[in-house]
Design a protein around this ligand. Structure first.
Ligand SMILES: Nc1nc2c(ncn2[C@@H]2O[C@H](COP(=O)(O)OP(=O)(O)OP(=O)(O)O)[C@@H](O)[C@H]2O)c(=O)[nH]1
Length: 182
């Protein structure tokens, strides 16, 4: 089967780790420096459930609640990674504003989304519990993961989960594991 082309946008408040997650996924490294992003696009070939994908990851500029939602992110994007930092209540609030704007701009009621709580290595500074993140995602009918770009924890899973969410939204249900009737 030829690879499927997928374009994914990664969005969230400033400094939550959007670039670090993108770079960790694409290049397998963590660069401990902070360079605010305007916009970057990364590409990576990956494979999920025996299907090859060419993934374009659009790493967007950090948003806050007052930012005007860039219209181009409501078009030709297959799915979204919405990131907050588990150390920042502000970033958790901003991700909810971004979600509302996203539904508004796309005019859709459901979008393939993975909500990501990043920076789990900073557990002493945790401000958002795992449960709070999970509850927010489940209200959106979205997938949820906690990650550390620094420790490369669950980073690949973000993109693999989102590719599966996109398949689901396209009506391709994941293969069921054989069930045992007892
Ligand atoms: N401890 C820790 N630091 C992280 C992690 N991910 C990112 N950082 C740090 O957080 C800062 C911001 O990371 P970026 O990846 O530039 O964040 P961003 O969301 O792309 O920022 P903007 O481009 O401003 O929107 C940098 O100093 C990173 O090194 C993580 O998982 N753990």
């Amino acid at each position: 089967m030829p690879p499927k082309q997928r374009k994914i946008a990664i969005m969230g408040y400033r400094s939550v780790g959007k670039s670090s997650l993108s770079i960790q996924f694409v290049e397998g490294q963590f660069v401990d420096s902070y360079d605010p992003t305007i916009e970057n696009t990364f590409t990576k070939a990956t494979r999920v459930n025996s299907q090859d994908y060419d993934v374009k990851v659009v790493d967007t500029a950090g948003q806050d609640e007052y930012s005007i939602f860039p219209a181009q992110y409501s078009m030709d994007i297959h799915g979204y990674v919405l990131v907050y930092s588990i150390t920042s209540m502000k970033s958790f609030e901003v991700v909810q504003v971004i979600y509302d704007k996203l539904l508004d701009m796309t005019g859709k009621v459901h979008l393939p989304i993975v909500l990501v709580g990043n920076k789990t290595d900073l557990h002493m500074e945790r401000a958002i519990s795992n449960e709070e993140g999970r509850r927010l995602a489940s209200g959106w009918n979205a997938a949820f993961l906690e990650t550390s770009a620094k420790q490369n924890e669950s980073v690949g899973e973000i993109f693999h989960t989102l590719l599966l969410e996109i398949e689901k939204a396209n009506g391709n249900a994941p293969e069921k594991s054989s069930c045992v009737i007892s």
